[in-house]
Design a protein around this ligand. Structure first.
Ligand code: PLP
Length: 388
């Protein structure tokens, strides 16, 4: 049975050219980039090429790139590093629908003597900009918001948000982990001071990412160790991962417009096809202002978990909200923040496409998904769906 992988917001397959770029660094070029000898310098050179490739993806300078172990670490470094740089400011502003990398850290900080404002979104997933503006005060050290939501794909208007933060002299961190490679990105056009990226969402390897530290950003180191990455991320470089990240970033930056047009067509065909074939299915979040590759569909009265297992048995990989959050029956904090009825939230399944998704896969998915869901709906009368 062929797998139809529609969970690309969780992770993507390593692209062939990315794998090829990494291969020599697995066995041949094993020097430490901090070493002065030729083996070390070869590795250093490769890291610097990758730095330029990643910087080019978002219009930054190579020296702005701080390589990390992924998006989670980039988010943590942005927030904790900024708070450390402004010890007298103990207030953080985030949206209520941030990825857990930001959300869970903010919850922890709120328990540890910081004030955190979690700004509400509406049922479409849009940020309440008036509340955002009103939340900023003289104690605010940082605002942290995502560009694209990992569950719904809904986009926040970052340039508008950046104008609000800049007018109050508050730095802005943007989690662009899901947006990268799916839309044109320029850190200056966005107005972000700090920006997080992750390689495994753009057909690169897992366990590597970057925090982009823009010109005006003030950041103190939160780790102790060597002097790598301007002291902000000590530790021997993950050369294999960084080289792969660079190659993936270069690839992700080319042909974005053509990709997003094509993938939006495929996504729309999948989405409409499911809505046409399944009763009581609806799309969660704004259908216009969202990532081209994502659709989040609620199958009313069904449990997403049951759907995912049944789909997996037929070769279709999808996800219920954040992959990291799956396994629990609680609706995600994103769905809760959007105020969705529990009967809808419990049956929310996310399908996310990639550059590798084919039209034939969409055709096949359109045969399998309605069949699986309609069968489950037949098995589960409304009362059994959510247990209430
Ligand atoms: N931020 C967002 C919006 C994400 O979707 C993810 C991953 O799902 C992360 C951060 C965390 O990235 P990583 O898996 O590289 O730690």
């Amino acid at each position: 049975m062929k797998t139809i992988y529609l969970d690309n917001n969780a992770s993507t397959r390593i692209a062939e050219p990315v794998f090829k770029a990494m291969e020599p660094f697995i066995r041949e070029h094993y020097g430490n980039p901090s070493s002065l000898h030729r083996a070390g310098q070869a590795a250093r050179h490769a890291v610097e090429i990758a730095r330029t490739q990643v910087a080019d993806l978002i219009g930054a300078r190579p020296r702005d790139i701080v390589f990390t172990s992924g998006g989670t670490e980039a988010d943590n470094l942005a927030i904790l590093g900024t708070l450390a740089a402004y010890p007298n400011k103990r207030h953080l502003v985030i949206s209520a629908v941030e990825h857990v990398a930001v959300h869970a850290l903010a919850e922890r900080l709120a328990r540890e003597n910081y004030r955190v404002s979690f700004i509400a979104v509406d049922t479409q997933g849009h940020l309440d900009l008036d509340a955002f503006e009103a939340a900023i005060d003289d104690e605010t050290a940082l605002a942290s918001v995502m560009l694209a939501n990992n569950e719904t794909g809904v986009l926040f208007p970052i340039p508008e948000i950046a104008r609000l933060t800049a007018s109050r002299g508050v730095p802005l961190h943007v989690d662009a982990v899901q947006a990268a490679g799916k839309m044109e990105l320029d850190i200056h056009a966005l107005g972000a001071d700090l920006l997080s990226l992750s390689a495994h969402k753009i057909h690169g390897p897992k366990g590597v990412g970057a925090l982009v530290v823009g010109r005006g950003a003030r950041l103190r180191n939160i780790f102790s160790g060597g002097h790598q990455e301007r002291d902000l991320r000590p530790g021997t470089h993950n050369v294999i991962g960084i080289v792969g990240f660079g190659a993936a970033a270069e690839r992700a930056g080319s042909g974005i417009e053509a990709f997003s047009t094509r993938v939006a067509d495929q996504r729309n065909r999948l989405e409409q096809g499911i809505l046409d074939r399944v009763d009581r299915a609806s799309v969660i979040g704004d259908r216009d202002r969202r990532l081209a590759n994502t659709t989040y569909i609620a199958f009313e009265t069904l449990e997403a978990e049951a759907i995912l297992i049944a789909l997996s048995e037929r070769g279709v990989c999808a996800s219920s909200g954040s992959a990291c959050g799956s396994g629990s029956l609680e609706p995600s904090h994103v769905l809760k923040a959007m105020g969705l009825d529990e009967r809808i939230a419990h049956g929310a399944v996310r399908f996310s496409l990639s550059r590798e998704t084919t039209d034939a896969e969409i055709d096949r998915a359109l045969e399998i998904i309605p069949e699986v869901v309609n069968k489950l709906a037949g098995l589960c009368p409304a009362t059994m769906g959510t247990g209430n």
